[in-house]
Unconditional design. Structure first.
Length: 251
């Protein structure tokens, strides 16, 4: 068949158009496929993100509950140890009241019974390092002979003046400048203005020194750093335990 030049040009043009149509069709197919993949991935990504958010929230809530439980356990343990000091001071108040109410008791006998009572209290109540009692006439008694060396400082300290207005309550003393501390043993001191339970007259001043190391050991926890404050917000216990990084302030 004889083809003219125009027929050949027309056929060539038709082939070019056909190729462009195929390319256009392929491009549209790829676009549709890509959009389908994107549309399919969107809910998967959203679901994954939501799952991660809820998972992290659950982990945080669980961690918070664990921390709260640790704090409660620590608080209970510390309160239990400090209660020993309070119970000790209350028991000694009863015993000393009996001693001072016995008018016929000789002073040497009273001195011996007070000293014996202090020593017995160390055996009965856990965590107590030493006990000091100063009666209203200035007689000094201590379960720790080393404190005899600084009895003048103790008797002249602000601890005495502070307890005068406490009405016979057992209170936590200021730990910032505790003169009864020693280099080899730090203590937490609880003080009491001892009032005769029968006559209501003052008998003297009592200081129960709690072993700080015992207090720390009794409050072991997963929490790593914590500070225990007294009611005046004075730090009297710093401890480091295990491997977290949470700062806790307990009142």
């Amino acid at each position: 068949m004889n083809m003219t030049l125009k027929d050949m040009e027309r056929q060539h043009s038709d082939r070019k158009l056909s190729g462009k149509d195929k390319a256009r069709n392929m491009s549209i197919k790829y676009k549709i496929a890509s959009m389908t993949v994107v549309v399919a991935l969107i809910p998967i990504v959203l679901l994954t993100v939501l799952m991660l958010i809820f998972y992290n929230r659950a982990i945080m809530q669980r961690a918070e509950k664990q921390i709260e439980e640790n704090i409660r356990i620590m608080s209970d343990r510390i309160t239990s140890v400090l209660k020993n000091g309070e119970l000790c001071s209350n028991n000694l108040t009863i015993e000393f009241s009996n001693f001072y109410n016995e008018r016929i008791m000789k002073q040497v006998t009273r001195d011996a019974r007070i000293t014996s009572q202090l020593s017995q209290s160390l055996l009965i109540y856990n965590g107590i390092s030493s006990i000091v009692f100063i009666d209203s006439e200035g007689r000094f008694y201590s379960s720790d002979p080393k404190l005899e060396d600084i009895k003048d400082k103790i008797m002249a300290s602000e601890y005495i003046s502070y307890l005068k207005d406490m009405g016979g309550k057992t209170v936590m003393m200021d730990q910032a400048e505790n003169i009864m501390n020693r280099d080899d043993k730090e203590i937490v001191t609880m003080g009491k203005h001892v009032i005769n339970i029968v006559t209501g007259s003052p008998i003297g001043y009592l200081f129960v020194n709690m072993d700080k190391d015992y207090l720390i050991e009794s409050s072991q926890s997963e929490i790593s750093y914590y500070f225990l404050y007294d009611t005046l917000e004075t730090v009297f216990l710093k401890a480091t335990v295990k491997s977290s990084s949470i700062l806790i302030k307990i009142f």
